[in-house]
Design a protein around this ligand. Structure first.
Ligand SMILES: *Cc1c(COP(=O)(O)O)cnc(C)c1O
Length: 400
């Protein structure tokens, strides 16, 4: 590493709060599916800023759209209408099949909105103020107090107790465990369609359908967190779309703005008409013209570049190549995932393998301690997968 890059890292460690154990690299620019550090070293990127930069870096049309918006107006208040937000909401409704949109600045903030929607929906139904939400063990929904309260991982929560109240936990894909938590106070059931941080566990079709039926029967809101698994990552715009069901409320973020911080929570007309009203919720930045210009262009480019077809093809290929790795190395227990959201489960911590990969010019990320997560830009090709596999194989050989 150059002295210059090292000095940046030293300064960062002086100035930034130590909430991350960062890899020893300063990334300087991106191009396509490659990142470059300050010293000009090139890296193949299989992280995309954690499932964010779906279209790859330096998409000219995306950059041009943002520049044009900057030259017009970056921000107005939500007390006024702005054209990019109207267009973005229309497009988001179309790709999701949901009816009402609230734009946020992040994923966690979208979860906060979903929680408030559920509580208000319950309140309007029976006037009670002790409603319960059922969330899942091993889930991840973000770091704010509300989002943390529905995150089923004590490691993230313990030091920050007390959480918001009346959250009960069940297990994904174990419908009986959900039933065991249902009471007459339950107002919502919340889970990720594919658990991300928790270890790349897709919900089963049976689980989805049973939860849907339960929610219909008892007028409980089915709320799906699509912040990581949505926006094409599994081959449909939203991961729930392959299950033949529809949630009442959903959250989206990460790849939605492809790098501009933005998220949203969406709901059906029925929920919209029976939950949040003027004065109940707000945000200064959420859905500002710059963020919404990004959303508009992202959704447009998804269609124009047929990103979903690429995810289907390259996702299937990635699956096959990772299965080969799982068969070849005894330290790899299994592969699981959908589309371009994949995990390789090891019998040991994967930190050293990921560090070795960085040395060899490949950016990977973990999910938990023993899983390598693959969340590349959605525009990668089979050749990129081959390049990644070649480096990964060397790293495993050298560290297992
Ligand atoms: C990343 C993530 C969040 C939190 O999003 P932030 O933008 O980091 O607040 C919530 N849910 C899931 C499933 C995520 O992957």
């Amino acid at each position: 590493m150059s002295a210059e890059m090292q000095s940046y890292i030293d300064e960062a460690e002086q100035a930034l709060l130590h909430t991350y154990n960062r890899y020893q690299v300063v990334f300087d620019k991106g191009e396509g599916v490659y990142l470059y550090d300050m010293d000009g070293k090139k890296y193949l990127d299989f992280v995309s800023g954690i499932a964010v930069f779906a279209l790859g870096y330096q998409s000219k049309e995306y950059n041009d759209a943002l520049k044009a918006q900057i030259d017009k107006i970056i921000h107005t208040s939500n007390y006024y209408y702005n054209a990019p937000a109207i267009e973005a909401a229309k497009k988001l409704k179309k790709i999701s099949g949901m009816d009402r949109v609230f734009f946020t600045n992040s994923g966690a903030e979208a979860i906060e909105g979903a929680i408030k929607t559920a509580r208000k929906y319950g309140f309007l139904k029976d006037g009670r103020t002790d409603h319960e939400i059922i969330a899942m063990n091993h889930s991840f929904h973000g770091r704010t107090m509300g989002a943390l309260s529905v995150t089923g991982n004590p490691h993230y929560r313990d030091a920050f107790e007390p959480m918001i109240g009346n959250i009960r936990f069940a297990n994904l894909n174990d419908f009986d465990s959900v039933m065991a938590q249902v009471t007459d106070k339950t107002c919502a059931i919340l889970f990720e369609t594919v658990q991300g941080e928790g270890g790349i566990y897709p919900a089963t079709e049976e689980f989805m359908k049973k939860v849907r039926a339960l929610c219909d029967e008892r007028d409980i809101l089915m709320m799906l967190d699509e912040i990581q698994c949505g926006m094409g990552r599994t081959g449909t715009m939203y991961a729930w779309q392959r299950y033949g069901i529809k949630p009442d409320v959903m959250t989206t973020a990460k790849a939605l703005g492809c790098g501009v911080p933005v998220g949203a929570f969406l709901m059906t007309e029925k929920v919209g008409a029976n939950s949040l009203v003027a004065g109940d919720h707000g945000t200064t930045y959420g859905g500002n013209p710059l963020a919404c210009a990004a959303i508009c262009k992202v959704i447009e480019l998804f269609e124009k570049q047929d990103v979903l077809a690429n995810v289907d093809q390259v996702g299937a290929y990635l699956e096959k190549r990772l299965d080969e790795i799982a068969a070849e190395f005894s330290c790899v227990e299994t592969r699981r995932g959908v589309g371009l959201l994949q995990g390789l489960v090891f019998d040991r911590p994967v930190g050293d393998i990921i560090k070795e990969a960085m040395e060899r010019g490949l950016v990977l990320i973990n999910a938990g301690t023993s899983i390598i997560r693959f969340v590349p830009p959605l525009v990668i090709t089979k050749e990129h997968v081959d390049d990644m596999i070649a480096i990964l194989r060397e790293c495993i050989k050298c560290k297992c």
